[in-house]
Design a protein around this ligand. Structure first.
Ligand SMILES: *Cc1c(COP(=O)(O)O)cnc(C)c1O
Length: 432
């Protein structure tokens, strides 16, 4: 196994991220350390936006799914690139609000929003609430009534598409906690209720078929199913739904096993399918929304650790222990996710040993990778784990009372702290 992705390495044989020596970053900020490359984030945002311009006459909005990596700076960057944002909780909404994110470009998701969260969304004029179930529709309309407003909504639909991905992250099929089913008539009944309801305005339908998908076909199929449904709604009720939100789920490269599709290819294929189907069912071509999360930030992130003990168990395996683990990256323990590893202080050295990378938490399952190739590691080496920008910091915990590490943004040879690391004092802050 050999990594075929392009890495930047300097004369000292150190990994370089955003023009900055990774070993220097580890020395300056300590480890573990999340490093995010701003150019990569912005390039991904622009690629999505440009694909809407090129293939969909610019009639769409890219909403960054902020659960992938949420902090103030990310909402600032999304705002500056003209993107909208998805939020799934009062906490994400609060963070977006705190930097003046334009609320009309926010979609508020979630399968179990509380009244407080709904009220917060209404009071702040969130552009679209994505309604998950009929009970929620009732609560939104009561609260909108109280505030004397009409809330734009979308319905989350289960299009019944199997996107060939890990069960835990497959959300489009009928057995899912998210959304309304089509085949039972549940979705159509909800649409009829919403049309009659004066406190909401049904602007769109939404689906999200899964995550880390490397094929165009499931997105095309989902788009066809959704446009068909929009046509059925028009036929049955005369009501024309204006917007189609196709969610996120676009795959990224974690290791060489992944072969991501260029974003523009999704858009080109999906656009063709929507135009064709819209004509067939007799509706106007809808305004489109896309909600990439992982593919905006995933490959932009690298986590740096310091190697501690190296434990060789003859005939079994070698454990290389690092000063982080499931607390800052729970994806291995959750999904057995694969990553590429290297030693940032000997980035050019051949990966001629096979090791298991172990975290420092009190769980045998606290690993970041098993049987992965790595140059010969010693205590004090700086280990880099690649493609950790999505669902790492945002999923971090304080298990074992380890502080959540800081996040540094790098660009053009300069680095800036965007999230301070937690202190021990922070850990006790809410204790009484
Ligand atoms: C998680 C999620 C996304 C983003 O998914 P990625 O796989 O990170 O692109 C988009 N929309 C909704 C509704 C989601 O739940």
């Amino acid at each position: 196994m050999k990594m075929d992705r392009k890495l930047s390495v300097n004369d000292a044989d150190h990994l370089v991220l955003g023009g900055v020596d990774a070993v220097g970053l580890a020395q300056k900020y300590g480890t573990p350390l999340y490093v995010m490359e701003e150019d990569t984030i912005r390039a991904a945002m622009r690629a999505y936006r440009d694909s809407i311009d090129r293939f969909y006459d610019g009639k769409g909005l890219i909403c960054y799914a902020s659960k992938a990596f949420s902090c103030k700076e990310m909402y600032r960057i999304a705002k500056s690139e003209g993107l909208g944002a998805d939020v799934v909780s009062g906490g994400e909404l609060y963070t977006a609000l705190s930097v003046g994110f334009p609320m009309e470009n926010v979609c508020f998701h979630g399968n179990n929003k509380s009244d407080d969260e709904i009220r917060m969304a209404l009071e702040n004029r969130v552009g679209r609430i994505v309604v998950d179930n009929i009970e929620e529709l009732g609560r939104i309309s009561v609260l909108a009534d109280e505030l004397d407003m009409i809330q734009p909504i979308m319905f989350r639909i289960k299009p019944g598409i199997d996107a060939h991905t890990h069960n835990f992250i497959m959300t489009g099929q009928i057995d899912s906690k998210f959304g309304f089913a089509l085949e039972t008539g549940e979705a159509m009944a909800a649409v009829k209720q919403a049309i009659e309801n004066p406190s909401v305005r049904l602007v769109g339908v939404h689906c999200h078929i899964g995550s880390q998908i490397h094929e165009v076909t499931p997105f095309v199929k989902a788009a066809e199913v959704m446009v068909q449904f929009m046509g059925d709604v028009k036929k049955e009720t005369g009501y024309e739904i204006e917007e189609l939100n196709l969610g996120g789920g676009y795959g990224i490269r974690y290791t060489d096993e992944d072969d991501p599709v260029p974003y523009a290819e999704y858009m080109e294929a999906v656009s063709g399918a929507i135009h064709k189907k819209a004509e067939e069912v007799g509706i106007r071509v809808p305004f489109i929304l896309m909600e990439p999360g992982r593919s905006i930030v995933g490959e932009a992130g690298t986590t740096l650790y310091t190697v501690g003990s190296v434990k060789q168990i003859p005939g079994i395996r070698t454990y290389v222990s690092i000063d982080g683990g499931m607390g800052d990256n729970p994806r291995y323990i959750l999904y057995q996710s694969k990553y590429d590893f290297l030693l940032a202080n000997k980035a050019g050295a051949p990966a001629d040993t096979v090791v298991t990378v172990a975290g420092k938490c009190c769980e045998s399952g606290d690993l970041l990778g098993e049987n992965v190739p790595l140059a010969k590691a010693e205590a004090g080496d700086i280990m880099a784990v690649l493609s950790t920008g999505a669902y790492n910091y945002s999923m971090a915990s304080n298990y074992n009372r380890n502080p959540v590490p800081p996040v540094v943004m790098v660009q053009d040879g300069s680095d800036r702290l965007i999230v301070r690391g937690q202190t021990y004092e922070d850990l006790c802050h809410n204790d009484i």
